[in-house]
Ligand binder design. Structure first.
Ligand code: 5RP
Length: 241
């Protein structure tokens, strides 16, 4: 078959090894090889997906024909730089495959996302796609999810949502751009509340409860949508789940 998958410049590889990014790169590039010619794809956000976007760009240079819907200004810039032609969900409401990173993944393919504050559009794209492929390095795999849950909220509703989180047994924190700056503003013009729940015993129940709180635009728990997880290991190998 095709060359699989590493066609990366040497110093890039060194930098990744030095910064512990080898697993992310391996997973991202493996996902790029899952894209079929003539398909419409969804591009997630974050450093792991960035490797997929760059690798898809290299495949386009070699003749691959795709159209992509992005999930953030970050992935839009990367996709344009990589030469990937863009489209919109309005033009292509049904995608063939979407590729995205995650903050944590369990063995049942439940996922927590939103570390990059892009999870609302990412969830829309994931559910619009025939196939949703998650790319992570092996540090993101957990038997039980215990990562904080990013929640995009209407600024108007932030205190109500914080109260909802506390009532659900969580510890809410408004995400700030830095210690001295104001709140992080999402691409949709909203705030993000990071909610710690410790070990999440019932992922689906928490997902439903969070969605019921008025002012929640979208939370970062993805259930029943992931079809495949590509896990990049530190030695550069990829495990498929
Ligand atoms: C953005 C996300 C990212 O996919 C997630 O934070 C993982 O990022 P990275 O690949 O940089 O570790 O959900 O909202």
């Amino acid at each position: 078959g095709e060359d699989y998958p590493h066609e990366v410049s040497d110093n890039m590889q060194e930098r990744n090894a030095a910064s512990g990014n080898t697993g992310k790169q391996a997973a991202g590039e493996a996902a790029a090889w899952m894209v079929d010619d003539g398909s419409v794809i969804g591009l997630g956000t974050g450093s792991t997906t960035a490797y997929a976007i760059k690798a898809i760009g290299r495949r386009i240079d070699e003749g691959l024909d795709v159209l992509a819907v992005v999930t953030s200004y970050q992935s839009e810039m990367l996709a344009i730089e990589a030469g990937i032609p863009l489209t919109t969900l309005a033009e292509h409401p049904e995608l063939d495959i979407a590729i995205d990173g995650a903050d944590q993944v369990d063995a049942d393919l439940n996922v927590i996302k939103g570390g990059g504050a892009a999870h609302t559009r990412e969830k829309v794209v994931a559910f619009s796609s025939e196939q949703f492929v998650v790319v992570v390095d092996d540090s993101k795999m957990k038997e039980k999810l215990d990562h904080f849950v990013p929640i995009e909220v209407l600024p108007y509703a932030k205190d109500l949502v914080m109260r909802c989180v506390r009532e659900l047994g969580g510890e809410p924190q408004l995400r700030l751009a830095s210690r001295k700056d104001g709140p992080v503003i999402t691409d949709n013009g909203n705030f993000v509340i990071d909610a710690s729940f410790g070990v999440i015993e019932n992922v689906e129940a928490l997902a439903i409860s969070l969605s019921m709180c008025p002012g929640v635009v979208e939370h970062g728990i993805f259930t029943d949508v992931t079809d495949m997880v590509l896990i990049g290991n530190t030695d550069g190998s990829v495990t498929r789940l």
